[in-house]
Design a binder for this molecule. Sequence first.
Ligand SMILES: NC(=O)c1ccc[n+]([C@@H]2O[C@H](COP(=O)([O-])OP(=O)(O)OC[C@H]3O[C@@H](n4cnc5c(N)ncnc54)[C@H](OP(=O)(O)O)[C@@H]3O)[C@@H](O)[C@H]2O)c1
Length: 207
Amino acid sequence: MADARERRGLEPSESALILGASGGVGHAALQLADRIGAEVYATTSADWKAERAGEWAASVIDYTEVPFDERVVELTDGRGVDLVADHVGEATWQQSIDSLATGGRMVICGATSGADPDIDIRSVYQRHRRILGTPMGNRRDFRAVGRLIARGEVAPVIDRVLPLERVAEGPPGDREPRGVRQGRRHAGGVTAPRWGVQPTEAFSGVL
Ligand SMILES: NC(=O)c1ccc[n+]([C@@H]2O[C@H](COP(=O)([O-])OP(=O)(O)OC[C@H]3O[C@@H](n4cnc5c(N)ncnc54)[C@H](OP(=O)(O)O)[C@@H]3O)[C@@H](O)[C@H]2O)c1
C-alpha cells in the first residue's frame, strides 16, 4: 500500500478493494486504506471475519456467497473501484481486474492461491487498467508505517502466537491437515513467539 501511494497510489477521493481482509496483508492494507480516507471495500470468507473487517471497510463482501466482482460493480453503480490490492493470486486475478473502474490499477504483492492466473488480457488493455507489482516497500516506507504503529494510528492484528514448531499446524484440538493459514481459520497475523511482542515495542528501535 505504501508502495502504491508512492506511485501516486491511493488518494482520499478514491475507492479501494482489499482482498483477503482477514489475512496479515489484508488487515494492514485495510487499515492503511481507511486511514488515507478512501472508500474501502473488502472481501472475506466468513461472517465473523466480515464483522472484524467492517471496522475499516464500508462494505465487506463474502466471496463464497457471491462473485465479488459482480458485487463491487453493483455497489459502485457500475463504475468499479480505483484500486484493488490482490495478494491472493491465481484464484482472484480475473475478478479483481473486472472489479476495476476504467483506468483503475491492481496492486499485487502475493500469490497465496497460485501464481499462474488465467486471465483475459483484453480486460486489462481495453479498459486502460494497470497491474503494478510490489515485492516489498523500502526503508522509508518501513519507518513511515512504523511511526503510524507506534502512534497507535494503525494496529497490527495478531490472531494467535504459536511456538515456532507449531506454526505449520492447526490450533489445539484441531486436526485439520492444513495449517491455520491454509485453512483460512485466522483473522490477522500468525506469528512465532520471538515476534509476538507488542507492536509499539517492536517498532521502538526504528523510529
Ligand atoms: N510482497 C510483500 O511484501 C509481501 C509481504 C507479506 C506477504 N506477502 C504475500 O502475500 C500473501 C498473503 O500473505 P498473508 O501473510 O496476508 O497471508 P494470510 O494471513 O494467510 O492471508 C491470506 C488470505 O487470503 C485469503 N484467501 C486465501 N485463499 C483465497 C482464495 N482462494 N480466494 C480468495 N481469498 C483467498 C484468505 O482470507 P479471507 O478468508 O479473509 O478471504 C486468507 O486468510 C502471501 O502470498 C505472501 O507470500 C507479500
